[in-house]
Design a protein around this ligand. Structure first.
Ligand code: HT7
Ligand code: ZN
Length: 868
């Protein structure tokens, strides 16, 4: 177990690093030359730790001589060199086999290319080095390879030399002028097409932009390139950050464990987040590509120029960069509905994590395997903390704080405390209590009640907070929670009032800091008809305000805050589903919901994209969190029953509100067109779910006539739970058309594995035998196993436990190839505590059985925490 409290600064600095690679998939030689210097103040005689994993060491020399056996000791971590002078030059030659590397960490083969993934600890699989983020150095890298097989040779920084070598080989030399930690190192060698453009920074520097893909994909890069240019401009305008090298390169690879990687000047991307054309990518894909491209680009400052001191500080770069990419997508692409999408994701994925056995603070204080801490908590909750800081200190101070942070810590490896300290400095606020958000796990539960004194014109708001215990943290302290509120009058407009001594306003941020606290809004001339709570989702909490159906319906009809309006609808919908799960159908509530939805469908002022979100029921994953224990199949059925009962009476209105399909079916990447398509698809799905007459035929027509993939996929998603033959026909057509296009085929895999109709086990087996499926490709494995566990409740949660057993068997097999992917996919099996007793016991048994199988460190870590 690695503990934050054990952190010690490095004893040695690496002043410079030269690397020379003789690249070959079966036998790569890495020659490394490090100049190291004992750090001032380090313990006298402290040895130098060089991490290394699965390396074949061919030679090592210290200042030109082989070290004595006692001076160079090999252990589980790598090499320990002792007796070194204060300055030394270390030369090491290692041999690695990229073609045998199925873990996809370090140097490996994808398609015909050689590529690397070093974050967090992949560099130690390439060569011996102090592989920790607080050791920064300058890299000079020479790549040598067969010229015909690998015409493109890339590494970080700027290319300073290139040329031919005997026997058909060639070389390129790259220098990165910015000191960096080893996790940001990258190299690529391959036969790739380059799609290029330029960007002129605001200070007039010319930057070459280059995207490298397999030759047949060169037509699918335009969106990624345009996204990069938008992100670069946005970072200058919104955050004052400019790019710093002569070239910015992105390489798309098929085999990749995650979304993308921000290596300095040379990003590596999962091809899924680069390639797009209207017929092969949906609007959601376009939006994701844009946001991942932006995210990796933004890391150039938040992560690369200012990096993390240790891996406990991961949220320093990830939380801040997610916040930055969310702002970008809000301002440039999705506007108001972006917050709704983000909160939906947070509630469906981060809240369950924070309430389960894998809960951990945004800044964890211990880990067994750091790969397992790239979580929704570190990323998404981390971004919420940054957002709350901005709410608390104000936009201007926050922006000044960011400038000061980047300036003060440029070229350094720092902590989340350093970040908050700067924000406290620029704002003059005491943020000591705020720091608890970083150290305390769990989602705070906030309750809110109001009392109106009509005579005095005062509304009293009583708030209370409580954070439930999480693994290893039983007692919780109160947090600083910014609760943004407004009041709506009977006419639906906001009311003005005064909070404390502040001037009259129509929106307030209540700062809840104690366990229980009251606030008064004064000067009200009429009783508020509704309280709009937690506007913009001002804090990542579960808020329960005890509002009645009428008050919530008033918010659904009138609230001018998109999030709060949507949230009011979600509260009503959630209540309706919970009532059905508890066998207590609430006809009054369902009728009120139908009336509210009917009014929304008639209201032309509601933007299509928001209307689509308002018509959506809370996700199954989120609903499961409403119960201590639940039968997931029953929750799914209740959810579908509510959808059916709610929308069946609205069939005509739903058709009447549908945007004109032909007009919007062009794949245009504009907020307006994407909003119309989202509404089209939502209305179709709702009509199919409600059993509206002709809806299935309409879906088939939409699929066959679609020019954009958004509408084709919308039609398929709508029919995927239908037992009628139309489902089979459409899916067969998709498979037939795209069986040679892996990214589209993944969508077919996902639809097939998610569907609860027919024999889901037999179908799953067939998918795993499909010629397009490979156990060695994470995208394929995720596409087949992920939706089965997340959506195919009838099969995954079969009462006899057959679904759990099957998945455990697959994961054991996957673990032998790719531990990181196996460790992520096992997470649904750790949720056994939340299931009804029969399923709970069976899921736990499958997890226990898996635990006894001699697993990788990655998978064992999640399984053990899941069982604890
Ligand atoms: N920093 C990169 C992410 C990364 C990652 C993500 C999940 C699992 C393991 C990982 N190793 C590196 C990309 C990013 O956040 O921008
Ligand atoms: Zn990131």
């Amino acid at each position: 177990m690695i503990l934050l409290s054990d952190y010690q600064p490095p004893d040695w600095r690496v002043e410079a690093l030269e690397l020379r690679f003789e690249l070959d998939p079966e036998d790569t030689r890495a020659h490394s030359r490090l100049r190291v210097r004992r750090r001032d103040g380090s313990a006298p005689g402290a040895p130098l730790r060089l991490h290394g994993r699965d390396l074949q060491r061919l030679s090592i020399a210290v200042n030109g001589a082989e070290p004595s056996p006692g001076g160079c000791v090999e252990d589980r971590e790598g090499l320990l060199l002792s007796g070194l002078p204060d300055v030394a030059e270390i030369a090491i030659e290692t041999r690695i086999r990229p073609d045998a590397n199925t873990a996809l960490e370090g140097l490996y083969v994808s398609g015909g290319s050689l590529c690397t993934q070093c974050e967090p600890e992949g560099f130690r699989r390439i060569t011996y080095f102090p592989d920790r983020p607080d050791v920064l150095t300058r890299y000079r890298v020479r790549l040598e390879a067969d010229a015909a097989r690998y015409p493109v040779l890339l590494a970080n920084g700027n290319r300073v030399d290139a040329g031919s070598l005997p026997e058909g080989r060639h070389y390129a030399v790259w220098e990165d002028p910015f000191p960096k930690p080893s996790y940001l190192f990258a190299l690529v060698a391959g036969d790739l097409a380059c799609v290029a453009d330029r960007f002129t920074t605001r200070s007039g520097r010319e930057v070459a932009l280059e995207i490298y893909v397999e030759h047949h994909n060169r037509e699918r890069c335009a969106h990624a390139l345009a996204s990069l240019q938008r992100a670069m401009r946005y970072d200058e305008e919104a955050f004052g950050r400019e790019y710093d090298l002569d070239v910015y390169m992105i390489v798309a690879v098929d085999d990749f464990n995650m979304g993308a990687m921000e290596n300095k000047g040379l990003n590596l991307f999962n091809a899924k987040y680069v390639l797009a054309s209207p017929d092969t990518a949906t609007d959601d894909d376009y939006v994701h590509i844009e946001s991942v491209i932006a995210h990796e680009y933004f890391h150039n400052w938040s992560g690369n120029r200012v990096t993390c001191r240790d891996w406990f500080q991961l949220s320093l770069k990830e939380g801040l960069t997610v916040f930055r990419d969310q702002e970008f997508t809000t301002d440039c692409t999705l506007f108001g509905v972006k917050r709704v999408d983000d909160v939906q994701r947070l509630r469906a994925f981060q809240f369950p994590e924070d309430a389960g056995p894998l809960a951990h603070p945004v800044r964890p204080d211990r880990y067994a395997e750091i790969n397992n801490f790239y979580t929704m908590t570190v990323y998404e909750k981390g971004a919420e903390l940054i957002r709350m800081l901005r709410t608390l200190i104000g936009r201007d101070a926050f922006r000044r704080g960011l400038d000061r942070y980047f300036q003060r810590f440029d070229g350094q490896a720092v902590t989340t405390d350093d970040f908050v300290t700067v924000m406290a400095e620029v704002s003059g606020r005491d943020l000591a209590q705020f720091q608890r958000w970083y150290t305390q796990a769990g989602t705070p539960q906030v309750t809110a009640r109001t009392r109106f004194d009509a005579q005095a014109g005062v509304l009293q708001l009583d708030l209370a907070q409580r954070t439930p215990p999480t693994p290893g943290q039983h007692e919780k302290d109160p947090l600083q929670v910014p609760v943004r509120v407004a009041l709506l009058g009977r006419d639906g407009r906001r009311l003005s009032a005064r909070l404390g001594g502040a001037p009259e306003a129509a929106e307030w941020v209540l700062e809840l800091t104690a366990g229980e606290q009251s606030f008064q809004l004064r000067g009200l001339r009429e009783p508020p008809a509704a309280v709009s709570w937690l506007r913009g989702f001002s804090a990542p909490v579960l808020l329960e305000a005890g509002q009645g159906t009428d008050e919530l319906a008033h918010l659904v009809a009138n609230d001018d805050d998109a999030f709060a309006r949507w949230d009011a609808a979600q509260t009503l919908l959630r209540r309706a589903v919970i009532a059905r799960v508890e066998d207590a159908v609430d006809p009054t509530l369902e009728a009120a919901l139908t009336t509210a939805m009917a009014a929304l469908l008639e209201d032309s002022a509601v933007e299509p994209v928001l209307l689509a979100a308002l018509l959506e029921l809370p996700a199954h994953r989120e609903l499961m969190e409403s119960f201590e224990r639940a039968d997931p199949v029953a929750v799914d059925q209740a959810r579908r029953a509510v959808e059916q009962s709610l929308f069946a009476p609205l069939a005509e209105r739903l058709s009447a509100r549908a945007p004109e399909r032909a007009r919007w079916d062009d794949g245009a990447f504009t907020a307006e067109a994407m909003g119309e398509r989202r509404l089209l698809n939502r209305l179709l799905a709702v009509r199919v779910a409600a059993g509206a007459e002709g809806a299935l035929q309409e879906a088939a027509r939409q699929y066959h006539e679609a020019r954009s993939q958004t509408l084709a996929m919308g039609a398929l998603a709508a029919v995927n739970e239908s037992a009628e033959c139309v489902r089979g026909e459409l899916l067969a057509d998709l498979e037939h058309r795209y069986r040679h296009d892996p990214l589209v085929l993944d969508k077919w895999f996902a639809l097939e594995s998610a569907s609860q109709v027919g024999d889901g086990f037999a179908r799953l087996e067939r998918l795993l035998e499909h010629p397009g499926f490979r156990w060695s490709n994470p995208n394929r494995v995720r596409a087949v196993l992920g939706p089965f566990m997340a959506q195919n409740h009838r099969h995954f949660h079969r009462v006899d436990g057959a679904g759990y057993q099957r998945i455990a068997g697959y994961l054991e097999r996957l673990d032998a190839l790719n531990p990181q992917t196996a460790a992520r996919l096992v997470i649904p099996l750790t949720r056994w505590r939340r299931l009804d007793e029969a399923r709970s016991a069976r899921m736990r048994a499958s997890l226990e059985e898996l635990a006894g199988k001699g697993l990788s460190k990655d998978l064992a870590d999640v399984v053990e925490r899941g069982l604890a």
